[in-house]
Design a protein around this ligand. Structure first.
Ligand SMILES: [Zn+2]
Length: 246
């Protein structure tokens, strides 16, 4: 009996890993096509360099990359490391969500929240663009998560909305005195989603403080005028959310 339980548990973990890798592969399609306003369904997956359509056995997440030694099967040009990196990260996100919430609605919500946040982060980091559709999907997921996990949904919304109202006023104030946009609209949507998901003023302030410090250090090291904020917001949110879930 104990052996059967162990086999089922292993089977569940293998399923979660396969699901995470496949979703990671789909995320790659979104990351490469959405910034260029291309459809995510057609044309079928192809090599970026020689444009040859890929065969089904070239589409196995992570393993195809490893078996082909990171090169295209047709033109032998190098395939970007970002593809297996995204697949591995999303597989890890699936495993962590499953570890904390097992098979439940919360697992799906948290997995989709952090995966969409991660996709938006990569697009912001590589293309310096934010996509309203992805960000509002993240916001919607945070509201659904709060709805399922809070006794008084509307009451729990008051504090996060007050914080976001304050951040909006701060953004307008900074824009007025510095004559440039310091906090973008996309960043405010993600901050709202984070505040709703975390639903804890102390933790949210900790996220704001750590992401501001990380962004400031990056600005000083790279000597840049403008940076993408989402990557600096993603890691503290991820760390503190799962930290408090323990
Ligand atoms: Zn090729």
């Amino acid at each position: 009996m104990y052996r059967l339980k162990e086999i089922i548990l292993w089977f569940e973990w293998i399923l979660v890993i396969i699901f995470g890798l496949c979703f990671g592969s789909f995320a790659n399609v979104i990351i490469t096509r959405v910034p260029h306003r291309q459809s995510i369904f057609c044309p079928p997956s192809h090599c970026e360099k020689c444009q040859t359509s890929l065969q089904p056995h070239h589409l196995i997440p992570l393993f195809s990359y490893l078996l082909l030694f990171g090169r295209c099967a047709f033109c032998h040009q190098r395939i970007s490391w970002i593809y297996p990196f995204t697949e591995c990260c999303i597989m890890i996100l699936a495993c962590i969500s499953f570890y904390f919430y097992s098979f439940s609605v919360n697992t799906i919500l948290i997995f989709l929240f952090f995966t969409s946040f991660f996709i938006a982060t990569l697009i912001d980091a590589f293309h310096q663009e934010v996509h309203a559709e992805i960000l509002f999907f993240v916001l919607l997921l945070s509201c659904i998560f709060l709805y399922f996990n809070s006794e008084f949904f509307l009451n729990s919304l008051i504090e996060p909305l007050a914080i976001i109202g304050f951040i909006c006023l701060l953004s307008i104030f900074l824009q007025a005195i510095l004559h440039k946009k310091v906090i973008g609209e996309g960043d405010i949507v993600v901050l709202a989603a984070t505040a709703i998901l975390i639903n804890n003023l102390y933790l949210f302030n900790l996220i704001l403080l750590s992401s501001s410090c990380l962004a400031l250090i990056w600005l000083l090291i790279k000597k840049q005028q403008k940076i993408a904020l989402l990557p600096f917001l993603f890691f503290p949110t991820f760390y503190l959310f799962f930290g408090q879930s323990q």
